[in-house]
Every structure is written in C-alpha cells, then in structure tokens.
Design a protein around this ligand. Sequence first.
Ligand code: PMP
Length: 394
Amino acid sequence: MLENLTAQPADKILALMAAYKADPRNEKVDLGVGVYKDASGNTPVMRAVKEAERRILADQSSKAYTGLAGDPAFGKAMRDLVLGDAVPSERIAAVATPGGTGAIRQSLELIRLAAPNATVWLSNPTWPNHPSILKYLGMKMAKYTYFDNATREVDFDGMLTDLRKVAEGDVVLLHGCCHNPTGANLTYDQMSQVIGILQEKRAVPLIDIAYQGFGDGLNDDAQITRLIARSFENCLIAASCSKNFGIYRERTGILMAVAKDADQQALTQQTLAFLNRQNYSFPPDHGARVVSTILTDPALRADWEAELEETRNGMLALRQQLADELKRLTNSDRFDFIAHHRGMFSRIGATPQQVEEMRDKHGIYMVGDSRINVAGLNAETVPVLARAIVAAGV
Ligand code: PMP
C-alpha cells in the first residue's frame, strides 16, 4: 500500500526553518517562521498564561470530554473578544478547533457542504496554507489582486476590479487584520467599499483573523471583522489564539458562523458539531481553557492586555527603526512602507535572487517571497538587515 505514495509538496517555511537550524554561522538572523520572538530570540510564555495554567492545574478536577463544540465559556469569551456586540449571540454558531488552521479547515468543510460549487476567492498573495487546504479538499478557488509590488501597499483598484468578477454565492476570504504575508492592510473606508461590492454580488465573506492585537491594538484590529459581521446575513470567521496568547502548540482556535436568524444558527451549530465529530471529535481543551480563564478574570486580562501591548509596541518600534535606517542608507523614503505595514510581517519586495543573496552572504533567512518576520529582529540586527537589503539592491 504505502509504495503507492508520491511525495507531497514540502512546506517552504518549514524547509527554511530546517536550513536556518543547519547554518553554522553565529550571526545568522531568522526572519522566517511566523512565531513571535522577543529581543533575545525567545518565544515567551505570557505571564497571564502561566498564571492561568497554574490555576487550572490546581483546580481542575476532571479531564472528561467537553462538548463537541468545546467549552462554552471559551466560545463566549472569544465571541466577545472578536465580535464584541456586533451581532446578537443568537445568530452566532461556533466550535472550538485545533488552532486557526483547524478553524480554516472546518470553515472550508462547511462551505463544501453548504455550497459545493462556490469558488473561494483568495488574496494574491495569501497565507500559503489557504490554497493548499482548498486544493486538498478539491474545492474551486480564484485569486483577487491584493498587493502592489511597486509601492508595497494594497493595490486597491486592482482588488476592486477583481472582486467585481465574484459570482453570486462565492466566498471571499479576507484577512481580518495584519495581512500575512504582505503586512499591507485595507483602511476601514476601503473595506466599506469592498463590503459594498460583496453585498451587491451576494457573496459570503470568510474572515481569517490570526493576529488580533498585533496591529493597531486589540479593539482596533477587530473593527473590520465586526463591520463585516454586521453587514451580511451570513459570514464565517476563523480566529486563532496562537499568536495573541502565545500558545502556538496548544492548538487553540475557533470557527464562528454568523447565521441569518436563530433557526439557521441552530442548524449551523449542529452541522459544525458534526464536522468536529467527523474530523477529530472533541477539540483540544487546554489552550481554550487558558484563554477563557484569562479573558474572564479582570486582573489576568489586564496583565495579558498589557503584555500584548508591549509585544505590539516592540514590533512597531522595530518597524520604525528599520524604515529609518533604510531611509538613512538610501537617502529615500521608498522603504517607509515598512513602518506603515502592520502585524508580524512585511513583504519587502526583493526578488528570489536577492532573497538568496541575503541568505548566502549575510545569513539572513526570510521566506522566498521576501516576507520578513519583524519580530525576528532586534535593535542590533536591524542595521544588519538594512545593510543587506541595500547591498542586494532591493
Ligand atoms: N491564518 C493565518 C493568516 C496565519 O498566519 C496563521 C498562522 N501562521 C493561521 C491562520 C493559523 O495559525 P494556527 O493554526 O497556528 O493557530
């Protein structure tokens, strides 16, 4: 049987991680995988997470199964965190999932059941796992223009032109904030225009929100998601807790489906529970319980928010330092987009050859499309990267 297997495409980012590990140079800089790192290169366990885990360890009296949708307290806490009071809770069906990836996967499975002929539209570029999972599930997909390689900002006119080609009932995947891989984001007003087109086309938005709190702040980063949720009869939201709680390996995420009314919500909830049952039965609980413990305890929540703000402001400071350094070295403002981008990533616009040159000559590891993880930098490595960018002729 196993002799029939053919090699599956390798994940480029995971391959880059392995190459970095194997590089013997001390001065190497890892700007590859999308994990937050502090100035000394650690991915810390957040203070509030440690305390929540301590409490869970002390108080938990059973490890019996939760429900198929996960712990209801997690569902409620995440609904409040992401959606606030944008839509009445009677309209929201939700299931806990293994990470944001699990939420994306379940959202696509739900679409396949409800609208098997729908095309799912992805930004060009997007997180590579989006097209990869869609392809694996045998679903139809299309790309809409998103990034302008010349300005390194959103190509908004190109995006609107492509979204006018969306057919009734198609699904359009939008990043809630902190676009991965580009770092370029729509303004609230631009998103209002996108919403107008999608409403006209009777399309269904699918929002991937994996970096809430990493861009302009917890509340600000949710505004576009809330605006979209308010504007459509149906919309799907896949949220990840990996980054903003720093609990990557705990696999914590949620899929929320906004239904038209309470009847449709009940049917959707039942279907989502069924999908969890078919794929992995009960979702993981530990990370979800950490999240709900933090979000429902005012002191823990305040501490978590404070640490998340430190994290966010640290990345903004690195962005500004890099943009300033490049301005100084090039005597131009063509790299100002780095300070303007939001989230953990920026696509800096280098060619694959330039990316390779920076890796070979300077030990700087970034993804082949020239996505850098800003959190992989620190005050000492920013000038090293800036010099490498200029030397490579980016
Ligand atoms: N969506 C996007 C855009 C992401 O960047 C990520 C993480 N790389 C995810 C979803 C999912 O993350 P996880 O499954 O680790 O929660």
